[in-house]
Write a protein that binds this ligand. Structure first.
Ligand code: PLP
Length: 482
């Protein structure tokens, strides 16, 4: 039991008992209870460093700078924000809550980004207060919201990136594939045919209107009439507002991407848009963010994207695109989340009810119920995500059964592992670990059925440390006003 999908600190001893970074699972369960998210600190730090080094070195070879932002949505706590920052990463946040955690961790504002397709005015104000390094705007209306907020408070123009959609559809599932057209994120680079009735007749009243109807950029009138893509309109709208500083263009194409070609196609599209904007306005934006989505291994035998390989491929591809376009390279950034924290985590559960169920085809499936479920890992129910589980507290015989690991919630879709071979003698009281749950586990957890959320326990050099404590019934009842 070494290697992917387990973190590098996971070992199975001769007695069958598994340990993480030197702490065995019985000790973890005794001290912290189950279910518990267990995070291998050294593994997480190593992955963060590997991504930074791989991209820095590949992009240095083509003469471009690069920043790696850790996508906090995958999992963010004060300690994790500090770890990744210590490893040279910046932090990407997508809500006021994530921003609050990063600020509590002491990450300087200029190393933070704020995403979100529906940022509130309070979130925008907070980002401006913190002096975040970039606000990634997601719609025309938001451009005005941010600019108006800056105008109201005065001060320096806010650094803004425009999130565009390139039409590249990548990743495992529609809900986590974010750059095709029919979804809520970003502004399309495609120019849809627009009926005359949809065009704004009156003169511009906001920067969004200005971008649609024509705007003055760098003192020159720029016609962004009927033919422009929403992405181009947004870029022009940002340029038209003196309260904003157009830092660059952002594209995120999806998640759990195992085929790197999508990144290259999207990068070319973004660099082309950047060149078109320069041709149009004389403004060649400084930065391009290629988003996150780097795939990991969830099952034995799956192979994660290799950061060195992907960094070299993307660097070669953007170099070729920039050469073809005749534009100098911008500074790049990427936003991996899952690839940093996913494989570093596992969830430790205790088995309760074990129930064999005869299937229509005559096979028997053993339903193994654990003491958590869809409230601590919604991804199988939400995306059909697949995970791997093993009995980790003892030696098991060679005989196995076809098992399904299910939770304790009142929902038949409460499945954590759809199909896995478990020891035939799997029984109540067994400790069971599910691999690669570090990303989008705790961060997407709920209190469904009033189940308190598990703790996040970090393990390093044979010692444990609680990063996020277990919720209690008192925590839940404290919210209930009676
Ligand atoms: N950046 C943006 C804008 C995202 O929406 C996401 C995930 O949804 C990420 C980065 C991180 O993706 P991943 O955790 O798959 O690397």
């Amino acid at each position: 039991m070494t290697g992917e999908p387990w973190s590098t600190g996971v070992r199975r001893g001769p007695d069958g008992v598994v340990s993480v970074a030197g702490v065995d699972v019985h000790a973890l369960a005794a001290e912290h209870g189950t279910p518990a998210y267990v995070l291998d600190e050294a593994d997480l730090r190593t992955r963060a460093r590997a991504y930074r080094r791989a991209f820095e070195s590949a992009f240095a070879q083509i003469g471009a700078g690069v920043d790696v932002y850790y996508a906090g949505k995958a999992f963010l706590s004060v300690a994790v924000a500090r770890w990744v920052h210590e490893e040279g990463l910046r932090v990407d946040t997508s809500t006021g809550g994530e921003l609050a955690v990063a600020l509590r961790a002491g990450i300087p504002g200029e190393h933070l980004g704020l995403h979100g397709n529906n940022k509130s005015t309070a979130e925008i104000a907070r980002a401006l207060d913190a002096g975040v390094g970039r606000i990634i705007v997601d719609s025309l209306v938001e451009i005005d919201r941010v600019a108006d907020a800056v105008a109201a408070r005065g001060g320096e123009p806010a650094p803004v990136m425009v999130r565009v959609t390139t039409g590249v559809h990548a990743g495992g599932h529609e809900y986590i594939s974010t750059a095709h057209e029919d979804q809520k994120f970003g502004l399309s680079i495609a120019t849809p045919p627009r009926p005359a009735s949809e065009q704004v007749a009156a003169g511009p009243t906001t920067s969004a209107d200005a971008a649609v109807n024509g705007a003055a950029v760098n003192g020159a009138a720029v016609d962004s009439g009927a033919g422009d893509s929403p992405a181009m309109c947004a870029l022009l709208a940002v340029l038209a507002r003196p309260e904003l500083r157009l830092l660059g263009i952002h594209s995120h194409i999806g998640s759990q991407i195992l085929d790197p070609s999508g990144f290259e196609v999207a990068a070319r599209a973004v660099l082309t848009l950047r060149a078109q904007l320069a041709e149009r306005t004389g403004v060649l934006v400084d930065e391009v963010d290629l988003g996150g989505g780097y795939g990991i291994a969830y099952l034995p035998g799956e192979v994660a994207l290799d950061p060195d390989r992907i960094a070299k491929d993307i660097a070669a591809s953007v170099q070729g695109s920039a050469r073809d376009l005749g534009t100098p390279l911008p500074r790049f950034s990427i936003e991996p989340g899952r690839a940093i924290v996913g494989p570093a985590g596992l969830t430790l559960y205790t088995v309760g009810t074990v129930k064999p169920v005869r299937l229509d085809d005559g096979r028997v499936r053993t339903y193994v119920s654990i003491d958590g479920g869809m409230s601590d890992n919604i991804r199988p129910a939400l995306y059909g995500a697949q995970y791997h589980a093993e009995v980790v507290g003892r030696l098991a015989g060679p005989e196995t059964v076809l098992a399904r690991v299910v939770g304790k919630h009142c929902e038949s879709g409460d499945i954590v592992v759809h199909e896995v071979q478990l020891p035939a003698d799997v029984r109540a009281g067994d400790l069971l670990a599910v691999a690669a749950t570090g990303a989008y586990g705790r961060s997407m957890a709920s209190n469904y059925n009033h189940v308190p959320r598990p703790p996040v326990v970090a393990v390093a050099d044979g010692a444990t440390r609680v990063l996020v404590r277990r919720e209690t019934e008192d925590d839940l009842l404290a919210l209930d006003q009676g």
